[in-house]
Design a binder for this molecule. Structure first.
Ligand code: UDP
Ligand code: MG
Length: 320
């Protein structure tokens, strides 16, 4: 076992989780103790809770847990609900500031199997900077969520964002990955895409999903749609390119139509007066307009990428 033990932080985003937060924290403290006993992590490992603007007693419970367990419990509270991704980002940047060698994010309802945390730590100590949790199945999800999630990962893959399906926000990331994250100022960062894209050494661990014990899912059709759209638009400009392509195809189609209409007019003599010009102009300008929109879209995509001001590259090493 290595002499210098790693300090582990567990991040829990919480939105109206008064029913589960206490038992979750106590179970996770137990998990930490076990890993500490096995000498894999240091004793000052801790739990960091992000209260995402809960309207119930979540924060009061977090404060009482702090009183009971002292500095092992840390956290922050948002002024309002910003959504799960922002809560996770705040957690990641929060533990980076406090200090840790690695951190794991897990849901407050503990649907993810907490016993995988030790496996994550083992992978980290073998050299992985990111250990991603992959769900074994989606049996605990509703029919709707299961299939929309499937479509989402398929679409993301088609659009060039190759994230593994059944990927989750249950993962371990190293201090090094957190330092990279801190360099990404973009607002709508989609973590599943981000951690996959930065190219640090990643390993995958499969875990079982349990049904939620108490309370309801905090996601609805709208928040899931918004998460999916954000995931796509933050990582891919392919939809903009599709517009340009549709424009080109329409112009091309209008040319074929022109030939056909001219054939009807001059060879078959069946077209009524003025009709040919009208159809040709309509089809041609329709296509031209979409094509121009597509070009604008390309530039918009460039601006979009620039405005996000992502770092152009991350240096791994330097000789100075
Ligand atoms: N969550 C959050 N802000 C939100 C919605 C959810 O911090 O606006 C947290 C929630 O408290 C939980 C995690 O994100 O810890 C996952 O939420 P949930 O279990 O409701 O999602 P599901 O398991 O149904 O996908
Ligand atoms: Mg859940």
């Amino acid at each position: 076992m290595s002499e210098i033990k790693s300090r582990l932080a567990i991040i829990i985003p919480c939105f109206n989780e008064e029913l589960v937060v206490q038992s979750t924290v106590e179970i996770l403290l137990g998990v930490l103790d076990e890993i500490i006993l096995k000498n894999k992590i240091s004793e000052d490992s801790y739990i960091y809770l992000v209260d995402d603007g809960s309207k119930d007693k979540t924060w009061a419970i977090i404060e009482s847990l702090r009183e009971k367990y002292g500095a092992r419990i840390k956290g922050t509270k948002f002024i309002r609900n910003y959504g799960n991704q922002k809560a996770l980002i705040a957690g990641l940047l929060g533990v980076r500031e406090i200090g840790c060698d690695a951190c794991v994010s897990i849901d407050a309802d503990l649907q993810q199997d907490e016993n995988s945390i030790e496996v994550f730590v083992d992978e980290f100590q073998k050299g992985a900077d990111i250990v991603s949790g992959i769900r074994n199945d989606r049996n605990t999800d509703s029919f709707f969520k299961k299939y929309t999630a499937l479509c989402f990962y398929k679409l993301m893959n088609i659009l060039g964002v190759k994230i593994p399906k059944n990927h989750s926000d249950y993962r371990l990331v190293s201090k090094r990955a957190l330092d990279v994250l801190a360099q990404y100022p973009e607002e709508g960062l989609f973590l599943r895409g981000f951690f996959h894209e930065i190219g640090l050494k990643t390993s995958y661990v499969h875990f079982d999903v349990k049904p939620r014990k108490l309370g309801k899912s905090k996601f609805n059709v709208w928040s899931l749609t918004s998460l999916a759209l954000n995931g796509i638009t933050a990582f891919s400009i392919v939809p903009l390119r599709i517009i340009a392509l549709v424009g080109v195809l329409t112009v091309f189609g209008s040319m074929l139509l022109t030939l056909e209409v001219l054939f009807e007019k001059y060879i078959l003599h069946i077209a009524p007066a003025g009709w040919a010009t009208l159809v040709i102009l309509l089809a041609f300008f329709g296509g031209l307009q979409i094509f121009c929109l597509g070009i604008i879209g390309e530039y918009l995509g460039q601006i979009f990428n620039e405005v996000k001001a992502r770092p152009r590259y991350i240096k791994e090493k330097e000789l100075v």
